[in-house]
Design a protein around this ligand. Structure first.
Ligand code: SAH
Ligand code: SF4
Ligand code: F3S
Length: 477
C-alpha cells in the first residue's frame, strides 16, 4: 500500500505540517462565535480540531471575565497546562523533569486576556501569547509568530477604524449561524466588566449584514440566524439605521426560516422593534430581555436607565405585538447593599413578568467597575440565599407556564440525538427557544437538522417531552 504523507501548507517563510488545535471557550455566544472565527483562520494554516488536549500542538483558551467564577475556572485550567510543556509544579533541586515529546504552544484570548494579558504572561510560564477581543482576525499572524519562535507576546489593541466590517465565517456545518452585527458596549452598567473587555460600540452597515446573510442562506445552507451583539438593539445608531429595519429586510430573504437576536437592553427597545415582532414572519417567538432587578432603587444603582414599570410596559407591548412570544431574562441577586425589601421586589417582579426562563447570578464584584468601589454590607451567604429564593420562585412560575404547553404542537429544528435513561431521544428547539425531547419512530430514524412538528405530552420547569407528529425533512420550502 502506498503511504501518503499529509501535505504541508506554506505560510510566509514557514512550512505548516498538519497540526491539531484544542480550544476551550468560556462565556457568551459572542465568545463562541469568536472561537468559530479563530477556527476558520486556523484551518487555512493546516490545523484541525481535537477534543483531546494531550494530542494538541496548539492549545487556546477563549476566556470570559463576567463573574469571578469564570476567571477562576480559566486560571485553574491554564495552570494544568504546565505539564504539557514539561514545567514542574514546583522546582525541586536535583529533580530533572523530562522534556515533552513535542512542542506545544499555549495561548489565551478573549475577555480576561484583553485586560490581563501581560499579567497572565508573566504569571504563567507555559503561556506563549495572549490576545484580546478585537484582534480575532489577526490570530493567523500570532500563530505564525509563535511558530517562528517568538514567545511571551500580548496583542490587545483595539481596532480604531470607523467602520465595523466583516464577513461571517462558519465552521460548524450546521444550518444555524451566528452573525455579529454590533460589537462592544457603551452602557457601562455599574457592575459590568464587558465595556472594558469588548470596547466601544460599533455597528456593521445594514446593507453589509443583509448581503452576508443572503450569502449564508444561498451558499452555505443556513436556515436559522442568530444576530449577535452585547447590546444588539443599539445596532445602527451611528448610521441612522436600526435593528427593526434590519429584521424587516432579513425577513425578505428566501430560504431563511428563523431569525433570532441577542442580547437586548430594555432602554433600546423601540416601537419600531416592537412592530418588527408583530410583522416579521421569520422572527422567532422569543425575546431575551435582561431586567437584572425588580427594584427601582437597585436599577438606579446599576445605572440601567429604566424603571420596573417601563420594563413591564415593554413586555406588554411585545406580547400584544406577538401573542406567541416567550420572554426570558437575567437577574443579579445581591447587588451591593441590596435590602431585603429590594430583594423581595425582584421576587414580585418574577410574578408579574411571567418569564419562561431566567439566568440568575449572585453579584460578583469586578475590578474597575463602579459598583466594585461601593462599600458593601452583604455577605456571600446572604447573596447565596437570595439567589436560591429567586431560582425557586422562578421554577414554580416556569413549571406552571410550561404545563400550558401540553397538547399543543410546536415546530422544532432537531439538533441532536441522545440517550435518556436508556431510551433514545432526539432534541431540538422551538421557535420560542424551548428544548423539546421526543422518541424516534423507529430506532434507525434520523432527524438530524430536520424540521419536525411535535405535540407536547409532558412538561416540567426544566424539560419538555413530546411525540412526533410530522417530519418535514431538512428544508421547509
Ligand atoms: N449585554 C447583556 C449581557 C451581558 S453579561 C445585557 O446587557 O444584558 C450577561 C449577564 O451576566 C448579565 O445580563 C448579568 O445578569 C450578568 N452579570 C454581568 N455582570 C455581572 C456581575 N458583576 N455579577 C453577576 N452577574 C453579572
Ligand atoms: Fe454589561 Fe450593561 Fe453592557 Fe450588558 S448593557 S454588556 S450588562 S454594561
Ligand atoms: Fe464573558 Fe466577555 Fe462574553 S466577559 S460574557 S465572554 S463578552
Amino acid at each position: 500500500m502506498q503511504e501518503t504523507t499529509p501535505a504541508t501548507v506554506k505560510v510566509g517563510e514557514l512550512e505548516f505540517p498538519p497540526r491539531k488545535v484544542w480550544m476551550k471557550t468560556y462565556g457568551c455566544q459572542m465568545n463562541y462565535h469568536d472561537s468559530e472565527r479563530i477556527m476558520s483562520h486556523l484551518s487555512g494554516m493546516n490545523f484541525t480540531k481535537t477534543e483531546e488536549q494531550n494530542d494538541a500542538d496548539l492549545v487556546i483558551f477563549n476566556t470570559c471575565a463576567v463573574r469571578d467564577l469564570a476567571n477562576q475556572k480559566f486560571y485553574s485550567h491554564l495552570g494544568e497546562t504546565q505539564k504539557l510543556k514539561g514545567i514542574p509544579k514546583r522546582h525541586v533541586p536535583g529533580v530533572v523533569v523530562p522534556a515533552p515529546a513535542k512542542k506545544v504552544i499555549v495561548a489565551a484570548g478573549g475577555c480576561i486576556a484583553q485586560t490581563e494579558g501581560k499579567e497572565l504572561l508573566s504569571k504563567y510560564k507555559q503561556l506563549d501569547f495572549a490576545f484580546g477581543t478585537d484582534v480575532i482576525d489577526n490570530i493567523g499572524e500570532m500563530v505564525y509568530r509563535a511558530y517562528a519562535g517568538e514567545t511571551k507576546f500580548a496583542v490587545t489593541s483595539w481596532d480604531r477604524s470607523e467602520n465595523y466590517s466583516i464577513e461571517t465565517k462558519i465552521t460548524q456545518g450546521t444550518p444555524q449561524a451566528f452573525v455579529n452585527i454590533i460589537k462592544g458596549c457603551d452602557k457601562f452598567c455599574s457592575y459590568c466588566i464587558v465595556p472594558f473587555t469588548r470596547g466601544r460600540e460599533k455597528s456593521r452597515r445594514l446593507a453589509e449584514v443583509v448581503k452576508d446573510v443572503r450569502r449564508l442562506v444561498e451558499y452555505s445552507g443556513i436556515q436559522e440566524v442568530m444576530l449577535l451583539g452585547q447590546n444588539v438593539n443599539s445596532f445602527g445608531k451611528d448610521n441612522s439605521e436600526s435593528l427593526g429595519q434590519l429584521i424587516m429586510e432579513l425577513d425578505q430573504i428566501n430560504g431563511l426560516n428563523l431569525l433570532r437576536y441577542t442580547t437586548s437592553h430594555p432602554y433600546d427597545v423601540t416601537d419600531e422593534l416592537v412592530e418588527a415582532h408583530r410583522v416579521a414572519k421569520k422572527l422567532a417567538n422569543n425575546l431575551h430581555l435582561p431586567v437584572q432587578s425588580g427594584s427601582n432603587t437597585v436599577l438606579q444603582r446599576m445605572l440601567r436607565e429604566y424603571t420596573v414599570d417601563h420594563y413591564l410596559s415593554l413586555l406588554e407591548k411585545m406580547r400584544k405585538a406577538n401573542p406567541n412570544i416567550v420572554i426570558t431574562s437575567d437577574i443579579i441577586a445581591g447587588f451591593p447593599n441590596e435590602t431585603e425589601e429590594e430583594h423581595k421586589d425582584t421576587l414580585k417582579l418574577l410574578d408579574l413578568a411571567q418569564f419562561d426562563n431566567i439566568y440568575a447570578y449572585a453579584y460578583s464584584s469586578r475590578k474597575g467597575t463602579k459598583s466594585a468601589r461601593m462599600s458593601d454590607v452583604l455577605t456571600d451567604d446572604i447573596r447565596g440565599r437570595r439567589l436560591r429564593e429567586v431560582m425557586d420562585k422562578q421554577l414554580t412560575i416556569q413549571a406552571a407556564i410550561r404545563n400550558g404547553m401540553i397538547g399543543k404542537t410546536y415546530r422544532v429544528l432537531v439538533e441532536e440525538k441522545g440517550l435518556s435513561k436508556g431510551v433514545t431521544k432526539w432534541t431540538g428547539r422551538t421557535s420560542c427557544m424551548r428544548l423539546v425531547h421526543f422518541e424516534p419512530q423507529t430506532p434507525e430514524s434520523d432527524y438530524q437538522w430536520h424540521w419536525v412538528d411535535v405535540e407536547i405530552t409532558s412538561a416540567t420547569a426544566l424539560s419538555t417531552q413530546g411525540k412526533l407528529i410530522r417530519d418535514l425533512g431538512k428544508n421547509l420550502q
